[in-house]
Design a protein around this ligand. Structure first.
Ligand SMILES: Cc1cc2nc3c(=O)[nH]c(=O)nc-3n(C[C@H](O)[C@H](O)[C@H](O)COP(=O)(O)OP(=O)(O)OC[C@H]3O[C@@H](n4cnc5c(N)ncnc54)[C@H](O)[C@@H]3O)c2cc1C
Ligand code: FES
Length: 357
């Protein structure tokens, strides 16, 4: 550390007007006093359209808890885009993300990342984590929703062979199932860990709307602490089932279901009028419709927009409203006071809007 400080002092003498950390980052790509970074150490293809990217984070990173996620920044055409990714590595090890190619940022991560590349990072966060005292667990996952649960399984199963864990994972085909082999090996090795893979391409969609499917695959599901992650409809069905069970027998001990969503429904602005959006500091004006998030409006107009989860949970996109009214796309509610901090990822213009950006 002392050597680093001496190097920084020497750099500051030698490098004016560049900041010393800019020069230090030439020697050590994860060094930055301003922005947390990580250097990619390994990239492992998982399926035809997904890959796991292992990285070594720099100073400022906090060790993740199994199930947490982090914001990852990637530069595309000189513009830094932020997306959230669950950390699939077990707690206590260097982090990794497992990304499925479904758009601009994920496609770039899956197709072009190589060892030595630098990722921009924000510290891990999220409450979808292993319980302190694991009781029998049921994990329900679909598609890329396996990633946070894989971190939990890798953290818990090899270190607590008595831990009673049932995983039901759905994918379209075996070739689409991320971590298929590793899960089978863990299930072979640890008898208290049971895995069912459900391939919807062969057997049709697994219907969680009714209890029958779960009764067949995991008869004691009602007594397990359940964790679910996957597409919105899959999670909506699971939530509805748990609610229906609770309503049907209010005296039974509450079965608990914890959910992690990768996206959210933003239908609250459908058919509504938008308005002229003025990004005052960036000196840009753009007509926006009533159901496009201001985050997308700004990015499309070339404004450097802060962002993270893009679904209203992380508050990374907060910016001050200068004037006008906005619509919350989750609820349809219209509101707005000058100076109010607004979440651009879940807000659309409801008339002319001025933003302090
Ligand atoms: C807490 C959290 C954890 C996440 N963890 C992971 C993870 O471990 N692995 C992973 O691959 N992704 C994960 N995501 C999703 C990820 O953040 C991006 O949304 C995803 O990679 C798409 O970004 P993109 O820029 O490639 O696509 P964009 O260009 O932003 O979008 C492309 C298209 O895909 C749609 N789309 C975006 N996200 C999803 C989605 N999740 N499901 C279905 N359609 C979608 C968009 O509506 C759009 O039509 C997570 C998201 C959150 C909020
Ligand atoms: S980007 Fe996370 S709340 Fe808006």
């Amino acid at each position: 550390m002392i050597r680093l400080r001496k190097l920084a002092r020497a750099a500051s003498l030698l490098t004016t007007p560049l900041a010393p950390e800019d020069i230090l980052s030439l020697f050590n790509p994860v060094f930055s006093a301003r922005q947390l970074r990580g250097v990619v150490t390994r990239v492992v293809p998982e399926t035809a359209d997904s890959a796991t990217i292992f990285f070594h984070p720099g100073r400022g990173w906090q060790a993740h808890r199994a199930g947490q996620w982090a914001r990852i920044g990637v530069e595309l055409d000189g513009v830094r885009h932020w997306r959230s990714y669950s950390l699939s590595a077990p707690a206590g090890e260097d982090p990794a993300i497992t990304v499925t190619d479904m758009g601009a940022v994920s496609g770039t991560l899956v197709r072009t990342t190589k060892p030595g590349d630098v990722l921009f990072l924000a510290p891990p966060q999220g409450d979808f984590v292993l319980p302190e005292h694991p009781r029998p667990l049921l994990m329900l996952t679909a598609g890329s929703g396996i990633t946070p649960v894989m971190s939990m399984i890798r953290t818990l199963v090899p270190h607590r062979p008595d831990a009673d864990v049932v995983l039901i994972h759905t994918a379209r085909t075996a070739a689409d199932a991320i971590f298929l082999e590793e899960l089978a090996e863990l299930a072979d090795q640890f008898p208290n860990f049971k895995v069912t893979h459900w391939f919807s391409g062969e057997h049709g969609r697994l219907d969680f709307g009714a209890a029958d499917a779960l009764d067949r695959l995991c008869p004691d599901w009602r007594s397990r602490a359940a964790y679910a992650c996957g597409p919105g409809t899959f999670l909506d069905d699971a939530e509805a089932l748990w609610e229906a069970e609770a309503a049907a027998d209010p005296d039974a001990p509450a079965a608990n279901l914890t959910i992690e969503r990768f996206n959210t429904s933003l239908a609250g602005g459908e058919g509504q009028a938008g308005g002229l959006v003025t990004f005052e500091a960036s000196d840009r004006e753009v007509e926006a419709d009533g159901d496009t998030p201001l985050l997308d409006v700004g990015e499309d107009a070339g404004v450097l927009m802060p962002s993270g989860c893009r679904m209203g949970i992380c508050h990374s996109c907060l910016i001050p409203l200068r004037a006008g009214q906005i619509r919350d796309l989750r609820t349809g509610e219209v509101h707005g006071e000058p100076g109010q901090l607004i979440q651009t990822c879940v807000s659309a213009a409801a008339g002319p809007v001025n933003l302090d950006l």
